[in-house]
Each structure stands twice: as structure tokens, then as C-alpha cells.
Write a protein that binds this ligand. Structure first.
Ligand code: FRU
Length: 469
């Protein structure tokens, strides 16, 4: 299909569906969601000329995965986001099955996108090209075509370029699958973004004593934080253990030191970034004031996603809120970006025995629960959160099977911060030492009901809606 007819189809789909999608009571008030269709990974997250840009994997034509486009929002303040014209549509032979995930850099003052052109063949095989698109004077993106073809020794699963600048060179990490079906992260170098040299594998299944660690690693990200190099990646194919790797696919990080000259990353163990039911493919960027921000997809590519009720209204999935990440004692801490505090309205403070706490409206709210003791909380719908003094459980009914399922964290609890929107929860444990992100679909307005015989201290705010133009 030509680019124009594809763009027309996408536009028609938005015009036909956006009013119904916008009227859905589960539509978020301050999280980013697609106007219609399916959203997945955050792409091209950057602060460029002072303004934030966030692109996203988008199928505007259906609530299903398919040939992906890049949607685009921008924002001055991380609160009010504006829809920008669709950035990339799959129009060329080298991207015939989608403009897959990637990143953005500022090159010669211009916003420049690096993404994967994904090509599938009738026999089920595929290939991938890493491609470039540069912003033109009209704010559109001109594709300049592939800049790195499939390297030898890998299957067609080589994708998701994340690019950064270091000492007068550009560097790229790529997710990859080698011919023995092991997931890897590749490091590449370039002087001009157009010609790339493969330097080597810096991490992966079977490397650095990891043993079998997944058949494909998606969406790598590499950045410096507190004198360490952090590698984020999404290994696919890890077996679930009693208290970790409970989702279909994982997102996590390694802390290490990257040797750019020898293309090696000495790193420690893999730690999951989020313990909730829905979180995947996060991407980070550095802000002009030196913070590292992360946004993830509040979704997981598994069958359950197609049981979410928003599909009836023609849209599926949201992003997480933007989070500030720091490294404390070798572990990543995540906090909601400080800008979000501007959304707080009507603070309520309460102290007493949990059983005596009146119900709180948590549709678009922030609730801080300070306690070290056992309690449980009904969050509306079938979602419950409970702490028994040692284990924290987030429990719900699986949407596909109807059976109960849970996500867990273990430790000494002192504070929980629950950020809730019309259909999502992000639970920050102990100021961000762990996070649980999940979509949920309660009877609205959702109420939080606490139970327990111990004293708790509560702060509660309703959160103002952000205009997403
Ligand atoms: C992760 C992912 C990426 C790919 C994109 C396609 O969710 O599978 O590896 O680029 O989604 O939409």
C-alpha cells in the first residue's frame, strides 16, 4: 500500500473512532492513550529544544498488533500533551511490516528518529533494517532509509535501536536473537548516524555466567546513572519463579561498567523494573536539568490484553506515568516525575486504625499509606492489595481465565504511594524501591476501602485531568 493511502486509512480510522474512544469512562485523565487503536512501546522519548517528545508504537487501524506506525505527542511540562501529526507510517519495502521501536536524538539541531524497519515473508521468516528519518522544515519526518542491515550470525529478530552520544561518537544498542536462539544486546558505533560498525555483544543469554536467559532481548536502553552504566532490556522466555518473572515477558536492568573500546559490559544480576501485571518496553531520556526519566508501556504482549474492555470503544493500552529514576545502593529507585505533584488537589490527611478509615475515591487520585504493619485494601473491581507484615500481594482475577492471579513483593514496608487513573494503578513501594503497574477496570468511581487493626497515616489527593489536545 502506498504511504498516502495508508495515511488516509489511519486518518479515517482516527476521525471515525476518536469521539467514542474519548467518551470511554475508562479513558485516562492524565496518562497517555492512543486516540484509537492499539498503543504499545514508548519510542523516541527526548527533550528537544526544551520540549518533550514522546512517540509510540501504534496500530491506528485496529485494537490488534499489526504493521506499526509511530504516533507522536509533545509537551512543555510532562503534564499537558499535544497530539502531533503521525510521524512514521510503514510505506517502504524495508519496513513493510512496520516501523518498529526506536529512539530519537538531536542531530545538527534536528529531531532525528532511528527505528527498525520490520519485514516479514510468507514463510514466516523475517528480516530487519535499522532506519533513519530526519525532521524537515514542516515538522514532518523524511525517511533516509536503512543505515544498518541484518548482521551475520543473527535471525531476523534484530531491532529497537537506542542511540546516544558519547565522546564524539554515536552509539547504539540493539536487541537481537543469535542463530542458536539466544537473546543478546549488540553495541554499534557511528560518526554520522548513517554508517554503523558493529562492535560486539555486550550482554545476553549465556554471557557473563547468565546461563539460559531468554530467546530474544527486546528494547534495550543504556545510560549513565551515578557513575554506573545501566542496561535496561526485555528478555523473552524466562521461566517464572515463585516470586519473579511472573509476567509473560520481563523488563529489567543490569548495573555495570561499559568499556566502549572493547565493547564489554561488566555487570551484576538482572533486576525486574516493575512487579505489576502490565509493564513492558520502557524507554528513558535525560532531561535538560539532568534527570533520567522513564516511561513504560502499561501493557504486555500476551493474549490477556485482548480481554480489556476498552476494545469495545476502539482503543487499547496506555503509557505509565513519567518516572524519575535514580540509583541508590546499586538499585534503581523510581518516583513519579515531580511535575505530577502539580496535579494534586484537595489534600486529605487521616490517621487511625485502618478499619475506621472512610472509603476514598481513587479514580484519578494519589494516595499515600504510611504503615509498617499488616493491612489490606480493596481497590474496587476485583483488585486487592494486602500486606501481611512480610509479603505484599496485588491480586485480581485473570481476565481470560477468570482465575485469581497475584503479583508479589517481599520486604520491610514503610510507605505505599498509589497513583490511580480511570483504569490504572501504579503502586510505588517505599518511595520507589519497587513498583507495581497494572491496568484495572473497576466499577467507577473506584473506591479504596482499607481493612486492618493497626494504625496507619494517610494522605490523599484527587488528581486534576490534563488536557491532551
Ligand atoms: C516490544 C516490541 C518491540 C518491537 C515492537 C513492535 O513490545 O515487540 O521489540 O519493536 O514491539 O511493535
Amino acid at each position: 500500500m502506498t504511504e498516502t493511502s495508508l495515511l488516509k486509512k489511519a486518518l479515517r480510522s482516527v476521525v471515525a473512532g476518536q469521539v467514542k474512544a474519548a467518551a470511554d469512562p475508562y479513558r485516562p485523565g492524565w496518562h497517555l492513550a492512543p486516540p484509537v487503536g492499539l498503543l504499545n512501546d514508548p519510542n523516541g522519548f527526548i527533550q528537544h529544544n526544551g520540549r518533550f517528545h514522546l512517540f509510540y508504537q501504534w496500530n491506528p487501524l485496529a485494537c490488534a498488533h499489526g504493521a506499526k506506525f509511530w504516533g507522536h505527542w509533545s509537551s512543555a511540562d510532562l503534564l499537558h500533551w499535544q497530539h502531533e501529526p503521525l510521524a512514521l507510517a510503514p510505506s517502504e519495502a524495508y519496513e513493510s511490516h512496520g516501523c518498529y521501536s526506536g529512539s530519537a536524538v538531536t542531530d545538527n539541531g534536528k529531531l532525528t528518529l532511528i527505528y527498525t524497519g520490520n519485514v516479514k515473508y510468507p514463510d514466516g521468516s523475517r528480516t530487519a533494517f535499522q532506519c533513519l528519518a530526519r525532521e524537515n522544515a514542516d515538522g514532518e519526518f523524511d525517511k533516509t532509509g536503512p543505515v544498518f542491515n541484518l548482521p551475520e550470525g543473527y535471525t531476523g529478530h534484530v531491532r529497537d535501536p537506542k542511540v546516544w552520544r558519547h565522546e564524539n561518537h554515536w552509539y547504539m544498542v540493539l536487541g537481537a536473537q543469535d542463530l542458536s536462539l539466544k537473546g543478546k544486546v549488540l553495541l554499534l558505533r557511528s560518526d554520522d548516524l548513517s554508517a554503523w560498525d558493529l562492535l560486539g555483544e555486550i550482554a545476553g543469554s549465556g554471557l557473563q555466567g547468565l546461563g539460559e536467559f531468554g530467546y530474544m532481548w527486546e528494547c534495550p536502553d543504556l545510560f549513565r546513572l551515578a557513575d554506573n552504566d545501566i542496561l535496561i532490556c526485555c528478555p523473552q522466555g524466562l521461566a517464572a519463579e515463585s516470586d519473579r518473572y511472573l509476567n509473560t515477558f520481563q523488563s529489567g536492568y543490569f548495573v555495570g561498567q561499559l568499556d566502549y573500546d572493547n565493547a564489554t559490559l561488566e555487570h551484576g544480576e538482572f533486576t525486574e523494573l516493575d512487579l505489576g501485571f502490565e509493564f513492558y518496553a520502557p524507554q528513558t531520556t535525560q532531561t535538560d536539568d539532568g534527570r533520567r526519566l522513564l516511561i513504560g508501556w502499561m501493557g504486555i504482549p500476551d493474549g490477556d490484553e485482548f480481554f480489556q474492555p476498552t476494545i469495545q470503544n476502539g482503543w487499547l493500552h496506555t503509557m505509565t506515568c513519567p518516572r524519575e529514576v535514580t540509583l541508590v545502593a546499586g538499585k534503581i529507585m523510581q518516583k513519579p516525575a515531580r511535575e505530577l505533584q502539580q496535579l494534586r488537589r484537595d489534600e486529605q490527611a487521616w490517621q487511625g486504625i485502618a478499619d475506621d478509615c472512610p472509603p476514598l475515591n481513587i479514580t484519578k487520585a494519589e494516595t499515600e499509606i504510611v504503615t509498617e504493619h499488616a493491612f489490606s485494601a480493596d481497590l474496587g473491581g476485583d483488585m486487592t492489595l494486602s500486606f501481611d507484615g512480610e509479603w505484599l500481594h496485588l491480586t485480581r482475577k485473570n481476565r481470560r481465565t477468570g482465575l485469581p492471579e497475584q503479583r508479589i513483593w517481599r520486604g520491610a514496608l514503610h510507605k505505599l504511594t498509589v497513583l490511580s487513573d480511570a483504569s490504572s494503578l501504579e503502586i510505588f513501594i517505599n518511595g520507589g524501591e519497587a513498583v507495581m503497574s497494572s491496568r484495572y477496570f473497576p466499577v467507577l468511581p473506584a473506591q479504596l476501602n482499607l481493612q486492618g487493626s493497626h494504625q496507619i497515616t494517610l494522605h490523599h489527593w484527587s488528581l486534576a485531568e490534563c488536557v491532551i489536545e
